[in-house]
Design a protein around this ligand. Sequence first.
Ligand code: DX5
Ligand code: ZN
Length: 225
Amino acid sequence: MESQILINPSILNANFDDLENEIAKVALTSDSLHLDVMDNIFVPNFTFDLNRAFEIINFSKLPVDAHLMIENPDEISPLYAENGCTSVTFHFEAANDVSKTIRDIRSNGAKVGLAIKPATKFADVQKWIEDIDMLLIMTVEPGFGGQSFMHDQMPKVTQARTFIETLLKQKPTLQIDGGVSLETIGEAAKAGANCFVAGSAVYKSDKPAEMVSSLREMAQKNYPF
Ligand code: DX5
Ligand code: ZN
């Protein structure tokens, strides 16, 4: 099977006043733009309201992978699908009806991602694995960019990868998010992640586009599947 590595920069630590340009900087070397939406309820931080998020989706030169860190995502997630996101990821811990939210995102035209926080077990979401396109295992506590990578999440990544590899049909993407850098991406790829969100590693670099390519190379080198 072809192993595809995906690198999705997060603009959380980019210049919010010049996002169109910030996205353009990485457009040629990245797979998708990771859009972190925070409501100051599910996480203690706020990023964009619906209108601003839709503006960004509109001018983004990259497909948008929305990561909704919002309480009660059931009603709002499908709106992101309807407004042009390629994939919409919501948190298991925040949803009232996971199955329905999965269906509603898909029927509005986007791929479906399900995210879990560091304290949540893979077993809690295993029953939905065949219904989703991506599992996001957080490698920091969601809320802020620039935090340290949680190495203790790697057994969970391996557990998820092992399960995914037993699936005969569509295998969902396994994404990690938080603290991804040239120092940590190899370890996560080795554990079985194949999609990597990187915020500060990309936007604090002098050459963001080249950093994306270096991250991809390092992941590819270490990904055994
Ligand atoms: C954290 C966000 C991440 C964040 C990653 O809650 O979901 O996407 O932007 O930033 P870094 O790569 O700096 O940890
Ligand atoms: Zn994120």
